[in-house]
Design a protein around this ligand. Structure first.
Ligand code: HT7
Ligand code: ZN
Length: 858
């Protein structure tokens, strides 16, 4: 497959001011008549050839200006039409079978309904079209089909006419906002709506509807509430108002990603719409709120201003992730949200940035764009814009975004356009900062405090590691919020924002009688790794006393990480190990007993660094050693602090269910208590978890207890898993949890369990949620996935080969865990690589999987 390069961008030679689509709908056969008004683009190099992209389409007929069209040819899947004049009308008829569309791109059938997914290049599976984001067109659509089968007919914009024709009915929709084809959407099916209204700041009354299958309606209130709060927040914080009279959301159970921001008609994975106390965890509720907000915010950052080409994806995704993060921060706890964001960044993006798939947030080339919907483009993209916000401050940042929205409204823009608007609107000099868009890799900052007499020097060093295709890097501007704690008072004298923009830099401080304690990257102002020269006792001090909650969390993580990395590397003798465990135990005991900390934050402070994060800290990781030490520490802490954990669990168990922060926090610390006790006092934990499971009146408690029980042998394990399945049989989203809990469990036979689950009648490769629930959970379960025999790697490779012909986009995502081979100890490294090579040799790999496998081996 060809490589597409950012530097090769040229504007399209033709404009498509109007697009008319006529869909004759059928689950097994849909006919589409597309009528495109085209005219030469004066801003592009002239060409008589109109390239209309297609993907697997069969052309039934083609007319130019009402006549049979002679001047056409196929170029691969694309249709090339040669045109003589300056403006023409092209009419194209295609027909295809949506029920056979297992890729879930284009028009597909899901549970008897028809639904589209066009981003990034799905529209070309519906009709021949310039399927690129810089071709904006005004869409008018007519759809018709059997009324009994498709009582609800939805598309973008406004419904302008409806009618009946025997057993058939039809609807016409018109979207007044010009848009690229990736934002087109159509839904037809048996759906019911939760309806509400929202009045915008300008007085527009918007009819809101969330469409779901009958029976799911009562689980849509949280989504509706989140939508209304998002609309209000975007007016207040970014000055953005909604611009149509209706806003529809449809939930579908077969979907490759979380949701899609089609203009006026968002399509959502059911996972991000449906939530109630009995079936959704607190994390699920937060997920619904975040994704509803994200898709809504795209109406401005993505739809009103779209991307010129797919290399600019972070323009809309990075910015929109930042917007949804700021929203969630405002809706809940700022510190806890920030810790959650950083956990995702470290758990997914940092490993991506240090592996074979590393790429800048604005990539330079791709073969298959679906492979670039990555944590780097989304989450690091958000961090890059967040750094601009930290440097400018919220008010100036808002001036920058105002200018961007005003200047580029209605355009297909670039990251460079955004940067320029920030420079001018927010008054920032971003010349060197542009490196964040060009360079991949996570910068490392080394920090040490040098003290003599009364002078103190903070010495900083910066390095950016080499990544594929980028061996040498320049230093980037890294904004670091820092504070120096005075040992005499236990306080700092104020924070400052240091812009570390050189390879080396020194900053002087006066007036400390003793060397101060450094608190750095407070609030995680920059997406970098910090190596600080600091004593364990000082980390323990910060873990107990830092007034920045993120820095407090960070100090606790650092304390544990250092110990576990050294222990896994066999660098600690018994005495050193014992004293490090004592220090960690003391720090955790302080956190459990600190009444100034709320339970939501306490829950974060109690979480041990993940195995992935620990593996990232070393050049060649031994997953078995890391697992042994991490579990060993957990067991030691569980036994040592048994009384504290049981008391915390019992206190928190008295808090009744609600969605307020105190109740959510109580549920969070209960799970943490069970996790430690399961390792250190399994009999106690089994009994407590079983009691929690049986008495649960909400999914957070029930799933938390089930997760703990799933890892400990005993009759309670069997009973709880059976009960959970019987209780929720038929509820797909909850049965997904049942698969995940087992695939992720600490049970020594997790591999055998996963194999058995793959043969369960409820398992199917056709549903991405189900596939992820079993296999992504398994790939994230270190002791099972990294089994010394290589069996875990083989299972994921088998899955990729089986899934690739069905759903290549989802299959390609499973290549990532196998790409870690260079960072593993030699035995596992060879076994993992062997599986990648096996996949690479397979016949007829999709473009998606081929690209990821070759990059991973390269
Ligand atoms: N903008 C949306 C991207 C998306 C997508 C991409 C490729 C294949 C399927 C997809 N479904 C949705 C999601 C978002 O970021 O809002
Ligand atoms: Zn998005």
């Amino acid at each position: 497959p060809a490589i597409i390069r950012r530097e090769d961008y040229t504007p399209f030679a033709w404009l498509v001011p109007e697009t008319h689509l006529d869909f004759e709908l059928g689950l097994e056969s849909t006919r589409v008549t597309a009528t495109l008004k085209v005219e030469r683009n004066p801003a592009a190099e002239a060409s008589p050839v109109l390239r209309l992209n297609g993907d697997g389409l069969k052309l039934e007929s083609l007319h130019c200006d009402g006549e049979d069209c002679a001047g056409w040819a196929m170029d691969g899947d694309d249709l090339l039409v040669t045109l003589e004049g300056d403006a023409h009308t092209i009419t194209i008829v295609t027909r295809f079978d949506p029920s056979a569309n297992s890729q879930l791109m284009g028009l597909f059938a899901s549970n008897g309904m028809l639904c589209t997914q066009c981003e990034a290049e799905g529209f070309r599976r519906i009709t021949f079209f310039p399927d690129r984001p810089d071709v904006l067109s005004t869409y008018t659509l007519r759809m018709s089909g059997p009324k009994a089968q498709f009582p609800v007919l939805l598309s973008n914009g406004n419904e302008v006419a409806t009618g009946e024709d025997g057993d058939n009915h039809w609807a016409e929709w018109h979207d007044p906002w010009p848009k690229p084809s990736y934002l087109f959407a159509l839904v037809a099916g048996q759906l019911v709506a939760n309806r509400d209204t929202f009045t915008t700041m300008g007085g527009r009354r918007v009819d809101l509807a969330i469409w779901v299958r009958e029976g799911d309606l009562e689980r849509t209130d949280h989504a509706m509430d989140s939508l209304k709060r998002s609309m209000k927040w975007d007016e207040e914080v970014f000055g953005r108002e909604y611009d149509l009279d209706i806003y529809n959301i449809v939930a579908v159970s077969d979907f490759n990603m979380g949701a899609m921001e089609n203009k006026g008609l968002n399509v959502f994975n059911t996972k991000y719409v449906l939530a109630d106390a009995d079936t959704a965890t607190d994390g699920d509720f937060d997920g619904v709120e975040g994704v509803i907000a994200h898709e809504y915010f795209h109406n401005w950052s993505g739809n009103r201003i779209t991307c010129r080409d797919w290399f600019q994806l972070s323009l809309k995704e990075g910015f929109t992730v930042l917007r949804d993060q700021l929203f969630s921060q405002d809706m809940g706890s700022e510190a806890v949200c920030r810790i959650g964001d950083v956990r995702v960044l470290r758990g997914v993006q940092f490993p991506e940035d240090s592996g074979p798939l590393a790429h800048p947030i604005r990539p330079d080339s791709y073969r298959e764009i679906s492979n670039f919907y990555t944590s780097t483009v989304y989450n690091k993209g958000a961090e890059v814009i967040r750094m601009m916000r930290s440097m400018a401050g919220p008010e100036r940042f808002r001036k920058g975004t105002d200018l961007y929205f005003e200047r580029h409204d209605g355009e297909a823009a670039t990251c460079e356009d955004f940067i320029r608007a920030m420079e001018e609107g927010a008054g920032l000099d971003l010349e060197q900062f542009r490196l964040w868009y060009r360079q991949a890799g996570t910068p490392k900052i080394e920090a040490s405090v040098l003290h003599s007499d009364k002078t103190t020097l903070l010495a900083l060093k910066q390095s950016v590691p080499p990544t594929p295709g980028q061996p040498d890097k320049k230093p980037m501007p890294v904004p670091l919020r820092i504070a120096m704690f005075d040992r005499a008072t236990g306080q700092h004298r104020g924070e400052q924002l240091v812009i570390m923009d050189e390879a080396q830099k020194g900053i002087n401080f006066d007036g400390f009688a003793e060397p101060p304690i450094l608190s750095i990257n407070r609030g995680f102002t920059a997406p970098v790794t910090i190596e600080r020269d600091i004593a364990d006792a000082d980390l323990a001090f910060l873990a107990a006393h830092d007034d920045d909650p993120f820095a407090r969390y960070e100090a606790m993580q650092d304390l544990v990480t250092r110990h576990l990395v050294a222990a896994a590397d066999n660098r600690l003798d018994d005495a050193a190990k014992a004293s490090a465990r004592e220090a960690i135990g003391q720090a955790l005991a302080n956190i459990i007993g600190d009444e100034a900390v709320d339970d939501l934050m306490r829950g974060e402070l109690l979480v041990l660094p993940s195995q992935t994060y620990l593996a990232e800290q070393v050049l060649l990781a031994d997953p078995a050693a890391i697992h042994r030490e991490r579990e060993g520490l957990k067991a030691w802490l569980g036994a040592e602090l048994e009384d504290l954990f049981t008391a915390m669990h019992s206190r928190a168990s008295k808090v009744p269910y609600s969605l307020d922060a105190a109740a959510k926090g109580a549920r969070k610390v209960k799970v943490q208590a069970l996790v430690y006790l399961a390792a250190g006092a399994p009999d106690v934990a089994r009994a407590m978890a079983w009691e929690q499971y049986r008495g649960a009146d909400n999914m957070t408690d029930r799933q938390g207890a089930l997760m703990v029980l799933a890892g400990i042998d005993g009759i309670e394990r069997t009973n709880a898993l059976l009960d959970f399945y019987n209780r929720y049989e038929g509820n797909d989203l909850v049965i997904d949890k049942w698969f995940s809990v087992q695939a992720q469990s600490l049970h020594p036979n997790a591999i055998e369990h996963v194999k058995a689950l793959a043969d369960h009648p409820d398992f199917t490769l056709k549903n991405p949620n189900r596939v992820r629930s079993l296999y992504m959970a398994f790939a994230a379960n270190p002791h099972a996935f990294h089994a010394a025999s290589g069996e875990g790697y083989r299972m994921i490779a088998d899955l990729i080969l089986q899934l690739d012909p069905i759903n290549p986009q989802t299959a390609a995502r499973f290549v990532t865990p196998l790409g870690r081979w260079r960072r593993l100890e030699p035995g596992r490294s060879a076994l993992m690589r062997e599986q990648l090579e096996r996949i690479a040799k397979a016949d007829k790999l999709s473009r998606d999987t081929y690209e990821q496998v070759t990059r991973s081996l390269g």
